[in-house]
Design a protein around this ligand. Structure first.
Ligand code: KMH
Ligand code: ZN
Length: 277
């Protein structure tokens, strides 16, 4: 089997320091968390930007500060910037790709997200996909349910996405498909030939579902965005979550991809010089 590409989702847009005092939010904390995750075996860090008070922000100066802090502390790691999040307006979320991260999330559908609405309007989302293709920023396609895959395939037919399509199968969000092996196997079996995929499993499902995904040959993501706990009653940190996934992969005889190997496996477009924003 291919080496496994591990992504650490360092913080997400929802948890606060009241939920987990070790949640990284400042540029320095994000850089340290990225370094810890990279040293533990992550090739990619998935990044949500927070402001000085810890609230989600897509303000470009702050986004750049976070990207620069990570790039300076751990130049090797691949950065995947989130264009998701609940509060900021879609156009502002989308604008972040102008800062040219190697990858960015692309969420194809609007949905219920727990008690919130996660808005990804079809027209704006297509505009973002086209812009990412122009800039060479690889989309990480987050599909939370069966129908989301159909939307992605329509976009592919419209020429908005380049192969290989890189999917994250997100399981366990209240509003998306439940975190069950049945859903995982079904969605994987519907993916197009040549697709690259990973499991994102929320909360208690994080360990069992990512393990099943690794055994099936997929990549995997973990990190404080996906679960705040290592096990019941024990708060996690990003490095320990990645280290646990590395153990799982090794038991399953998968080697761990370095960022350089991940770049090849994921066929990432080559780096461009920074666009002016
Ligand atoms: N936490 C959710 C609102 C992404 O990073 O693109 C989903 C999200 C996905 O923010
Ligand atoms: Zn995210």
């Amino acid at each position: 089997m291919n080496p496994i590409v591990i992504t650490a989702a360092l913080n997400g847009p929802i948890a606060t320091k009241a939920d987990h005092p070790g949640l990284p939010t400042s540029p320095e904390e994000m850089a340290l968390a990225a370094e810890g995750a990279y040293k533990a075996g992550a090739a990619i860090v998935h990044v949500h930007v927070r402001d000085e008070k810890g609230f989600p922000t897509v303000e470009l100066t702050r986004v750049k500060q976070v990207l620069d802090a990570i790039r300076e502390r751990v130049p090797e790691v691949l950065i995947q910037l989130s264009t998701g999040g609940i509060e900021p307006a879609y156009a502002d979320r989308a604008r972040q790709v102008e800062l040219l991260p190697r990858m960015a999330s692309l969420n194809p559908c609007t949905m219920t997200f727990g008690l919130a609405e996660f808005r990804n309007p079809p027209k704006e989302m297509r505009k973002l996909a086209a812009r990412m293709r122009e800039l060479g920023v690889k989309p990480e396609l987050e599909i939370y349910d069966y129908g989301h895959l159909d939307v992605v395939m329509s976009m592919f037919k419209e020429g908005l996405l380049a192969e290989p399509l890189q999917f994250s199968i997100v399981l366990g969000v209240a509003g998306g498909a439940a975190a069950t092996p049945h859903n995982l196997c079904n969605i994987v079996s519907n993916l197009p030939k040549g697709a690259i995929w990973q499991v994102i499993a929320i909360g208690r499902a994080n360990l069992p579902l990512t393990t099943i995904g690794v055994a099936m040959g997929g990549n995997a993501r973990t990190g404080l965005e996906d679960t705040l706990y290592l096990r019941k009653g024990e708060l996690a940190d990003n490095a320990s979550l990645v280290a646990r996934l590395v153990q799982v992969a090794k038991v399953l005889e998968r080697s761990i991809a370095t960022p350089e190997e991940a770049t090849k496996l994921l066929q990432l477009p080559s780096v461009q010089s920074a666009a002016s924003v």
